[in-house]
Design a protein around this ligand. Structure first.
Ligand code: SF4
Length: 378
């Protein structure tokens, strides 16, 4: 059965996800995973004690964190690549903030910690959901997710947290309530965000989750370069890094020479582009003056010494970003089918990903085109 750990690993890098699932190093983790897992397990231990009535104190939770860290650290791939002490300090800070926030959190009583359940998605796929903490006060259930990363998401983004939407639906189905509050605790920043779950929108978002899971079975997943790469156990086998590692071993080759030539031309193109932007801005100012001059004199063309300029007034239509009302109007007046179009960009993307209807794929012509994107070195 698929889990959200699988979904997160896939989001981080589809290529690494596939390797994780098929062949190498299934037991290895990164330092940030070691940190996250140790903090989570320490919180789990502590929550279990809280449920049976124990008060929590910082020292014992920290001790639990260190014990968990020792356990998980043995699994870390290449542990000295980054400074482990830095990660331990982050973990300690998360634990201190957790203890402090826990003493303030009196809204609901914790009834369960690290509860697991199963949700069936619209396409019939079963996904495992994991509630790190469940609280209940009267008929309101609060589900909590602890976050150890440095990034804080604004509330609009949290609304699209598919894991929490799935968990909220699971809670509604299994805990006999429609009133579920999603609670995110950003441990490092000591910030808490709470958003009530709406059943209709959570159900709607499960369609996106189903689509995403369909993509996870792609035959040829692409590597996704990110800040995770320096810690990735698969770097030595990753097509994104093979040339780099080969140059480190054997020195510059033909590839380095070609890349340098390409980047040199790119620099020249950039200088020209900057110059063109300046000229365009200058020209736009003159254009405004020409239009004003021709309008005030009733001219439709202006003669210069070397050529002639034609002045036209054309209409540019801009639609509002939110097109709900337009679509409603088109539907109620029977114009929708004749005016709207199928979503061709989406269809092309599904064909390229290999998830489109095979009968339509057969009708398409799929060409492989080599493109070059430049990655700026920091
Ligand atoms: S090195 Fe980066 S891009 Fe390559 S497999 Fe690992 S995470 Fe993906």
């Amino acid at each position: 059965m698929i889990s959200f750990d699988d979904v997160h690993t896939f989001d981080r890098c589809p290529y690494a996800y596939k390797l994780d699932k098929t062949e190498a190093f299934p037991d290895k983790i990164t330092l940030s995973e070691c940190l996250s897992q140790s903090v989570r397990d320490a919180i789990h231990e502590c929550s279990e004690r809280r449920i049976i009535g124990y008060r929590i104190d910082e020292e014992s939770v920290l001790e639990s964190f260190w014990n968990q860290w020792d356990k998980y650290f043995t699994k870390v791939y290449n542990p000295n690549r980054d400074d482990p002490m830095q990660f331990i300090r982050i973990g300690e800070k998360c634990i201190r903030n957790f203890v402090s926030l826990s003493s303030e959190y009196a809204f609901s009583e914790i009834v369960a910690s690290f509860m697991q359940g199963t949700l069936i998605l619209p396409n019939g796929i079963e996904i495992r959901v994991n509630a790190e903490e469940v609280g209940r006060k009267n008929s309101t259930v609060t589900i909590t997710k602890y976050i150890t990363s440095v990034q804080v998401e604004p509330n609009e983004k949290l609304e699209y947290d598919l894991e929490m939407s799935a968990l909220a639906l699971w809670a509604m189905n299994n805990l006999n309530t429609e009133q579920v509050i999603r609670r995110w605790v950003f441990l490092l920043q000591k910030i808490t965000s709470e958003i009530p779950a709406d059943k209709a929108s959570c159900t709607e978002s499960m369609k996106d989750l189903s689509d995403k899971i369909k993509n996870m079975n792609s035959e040829n997943p692409l590597p996704h370069e990110s800040e995770y790469c320096p810690m990735c156990p698969y770097q030595s086998r990753c097509p994104r890094f093979l040339h780099e590692l080969s140059v480190m071993k054997t020195g510059p080759d033909e590839g380095v020479k070609l890349a340098d030539e390409y980047l040199e031309i790119e620099k020249k193109k950039q200088a020209l582009k900057n110059r063109i932007e300046l000229l365009t801005a200058e020209q736009d100012q003159i254009k405004a003056k020409i239009v004003a001059f021709s309008d005030s004199n009733g001219y439709m063309s202006i003669k210069g010494s070397d050529g002639k300029l034609l002045i036209r007034h054309e209409k540019k239509v801009e639609l509002p970003d939110d097109k709900t009302k337009i679509v409603e109007r088109l539907k109620t007046t029977g114009q929708y089918d004749s005016i709207s179009m199928p979503n061709y960009p989406r269809l092309r993307s599904d064909i390229a990903k290999g998830i489109a209807d095979p009968a339509i794929v057969e009708m398409a012509n799929i060409i492989s085109i080599g493109k070059i994107y430049i990655k700026k070195e920091k």
